[in-house]
Each structure stands twice: as C-alpha cells, then as structure tokens.
Design a protein around this ligand. Structure first.
Ligand code: TTP
Length: 188
C-alpha cells in the first residue's frame, strides 16, 4: 500500500521513522521557533504549546497544499524542571546525573493542523532509570548520543540498558506517541 503524504514540521529522524510505521511519507519542513520555557510553566503545558507553535508556523507557509501538517515536542520532566536537549557535554552529564536512579516523566505532545484548525494530544510516560555509575555516564556522553535528545538520553539506544521499566508509551518517549498520532490523523 502506498504511503500517504504528510508535512512533518520537525527535524527529528525518529519522527520520520515512526510516522512511516503508521503509513505516512514525511516531507520534512522543520520549524524554527523560540523554545524558551515560560516562568513557572508546567512541563506538560510547555510541550503542548511548542508542538502547536511548530505546526502553526509551518501551516502559515504551506496551508494551501491541503496536506496535514504534524509537529511534536518532547521533554523530560523532573518534578517541575524541564530537561530539554543539552547545549554541550557538560550539561548532558549534569542532566544524566540528575536522572540516574530516578523515576521521571517524559512528555510528548503531537499537534496536527488541517483546514486551519489545530488539534493536539499529550502523552506522558513514566520512566524508571537505574542508578548508573558516573564512569558509564561519562562514556555515554563522549559517544555524542545524548546531544540531540531531551534529557540527554535515548531509550532506543545504549541507554536502553538502564531502563528498568516504563509506564506509558515507548514511541512517546522516542518522540512520537503512535497511538495518539493515529487518533489525530484518523480524525480527519
Ligand atoms: C527522552 C528521549 C528523547 N528523544 C528525542 C526525541 C526528540 O527528537 C528529542 C527532543 O527534542 P524536540 O525538541 O522534541 O525535537 P527535535 O529537536 O528533535 O526536532 P524539532 O524541534 O525539529 O521538532 O529527543 C529520543 O530520541 N529518545 C528518548 O529516549
């Protein structure tokens, strides 16, 4: 069966792959928006605001094409603290030391725009990470894997060895919760 076309307002290669699992062929048009967290903003509210802002920014330029436009945003939350993508290796190490031995939340919001209307769903998944020795974290940071990932780890890569359990959605932790995404795309 032929894949259906969709505009993906995200540069994340994981999202291209995950959308393909649902039968969509992504045209990647990344949105460059201000990703600052507002003072006191709840992490779950933050990801929904960003996913919608990314989708609306691309919709403003490509709405006439009649294709659905999808965006997502993922963040790791430790209490009210938002852990986004680390700026450098030192920040990656700091984030990983904070997350090691904790159960934390990973929030991913998905937004779809079609016919000028935006709809958004949130997935929040709890992730239990074992206490990881500092030398192992240092090696992981040196591998470069943390740098494009919220919270400085990827559940789908080497960090998978530290994940005791999750409650929620594996694809959500990877950046695109497939159940919620399918709900949004089938609703059109
Ligand atoms: C926690 C976690 C995050 N991630 C990734 C998913 C997202 O791509 C990234 C979070 O950054 P995002 O800002 O959500 O997305 P992005 O910068 O990759 O792409 P864009 O802003 O263009 O939409 O972290 C994993 O791949 N595995 C994980 O286990």
């Amino acid at each position: 069966m032929q894949h259906k076309p969709i505009i993906l307002a995200s540069r994340s290669p994981r999202r291209v792959e995950l959308l393909s699992q649902l039968g969509f062929n992504s045209e990647v048009i990344p949105a460059d928006i201000d990703e600052s967290v507002l003072p006191g903003e709840d992490p779950a509210v933050y990801v929904q605001r960003l996913a919608q802002a990314k989708a609306m920014a691309i919709a403003a330029q490509h709405a006439g094409r009649g294709l659905p436009i999808l965006a997502a945003d993922t963040t790791v939350a430790l209490g009210m603290d938002v852990l986004g993508k680390p700026a450098d290796a030192a920040e990656a190490m700091h984030m990983l030391k904070r997350l090691s031995g904790t159960t934390h939340a990973v929030h991913t919001a998905v937004a779809v725009v079609q016919s000028g209307a935006v709809r958004c769903l949130l997935n929040s998944t709890m992730v239990e990470m074992m206490a990881v020795p500092e030398a192992v974290l240092a090696e992981y940071v040196a591998s470069g894997e943390p740098m494009d990932k919220a919270g400085a780890y990827g559940i789908q890569g080497r960090a998978s060895a530290w994940i005791v359990r999750i409650a929620g959605s594996y694809s959500g932790v990877m950046g695109l919760p497939l159940y919620e995404t399918a709900q949004l795309l089938h609703a059109w």
